[in-house]
Design a protein around this ligand. Structure first.
Ligand SMILES: O=P(O)(O)OC[C@H]1O[C@H](OP(=O)(O)OP(=O)(O)O)[C@H](O)[C@@H]1O
Ligand code: HPA
Ligand SMILES: [Mg+2]
Length: 173
């Protein structure tokens, strides 16, 4: 089966916005170290670009939480595929995610991480699809709000493809 990709947000616009959010995070965390938690796999491209734009000390860890598999709609069951390597106790944690869609993944992850006693816990996402929300999630930094369409690129996949696109596109089947 083949599909076409229609550009939604250009590479230039994504890069510009990440730079702005990076500056905002640098101001908000001035004098502190920020511990980024990259949510694999989707969050990996955004995390790398964002981390380069933050001007306070940064440490990194990775977690993989899966609910979609290869489908375009969430199964509703969230599971930890890979846990963090290090404790987050006392750290200023910023979760970095590619997209908040139903909110199921992040509401689950936030509950899990809160119980590990970080000093602070915030959430940064590249994309937010508020129309699709099933679970409430408090998002601190959003690069772009998008309509209810299935998107790919910049880490986001359709059946594991297109994560490497340098822009955000909509899948047209
Ligand atoms: O708000 P939700 O409806 O829960 O959807 C958002 C989550 O779904 C996708 O991950 P997925 O489970 O597909 O794993 P992946 O990042 O490895 O592609 C995406 O990367 C988010 O983590
Ligand atoms: O729109 C999407 N695209 C890719 N993966 C996703 N996971 C949740 N929503 C999406
Ligand atoms: Mg995905």
């Amino acid at each position: 089966m083949s599909e076409t990709i229609r550009q939604l947000i250009s590479e230039e616009d994504v890069d510009k916005k990440i730079r702005e959010i990076g500056e905002q995070i640098s101001r908000d965390y001035e004098g502190r170290q920020v511990h980024l938690i990259c949510v694999l796999k989707g969050g990996v491209f955004f995390t790398c670009e964002l981390a380069k734009r933050i001007n306070v000390p940064v440490s990194l860890d990775f977690m993989s939480v899966s609910s979609y598999g290869d489908d375009t709609s969430s199964s509703g069951v969230v599971r930890i595929v890979k846990d963090l390597d290090e404790s987050i106790e006392g750290k200023d944690v910023l979760i970095v995610e590619d997209i908040i869609d139903s909110g199921r993944t992040l509401s689950y992850l936030i509950e899990v991480l809160k119980q590990r006693n970080p000093n602070s816990l915030r959430l940064c996402t590249l994309l937010d699809k508020p129309e699709r929300r099933v679970k409430d999630v408090n998002v601190d930094y959003v690069c772009f709000n998008i309509p209810d369409e299935f998107v790919v690129g910049y880490g986001l996949d359709y059946a594991q493809k297109y994560r490497n696109l340098p822009y955000i596109g909509v899948v047209e089947l």
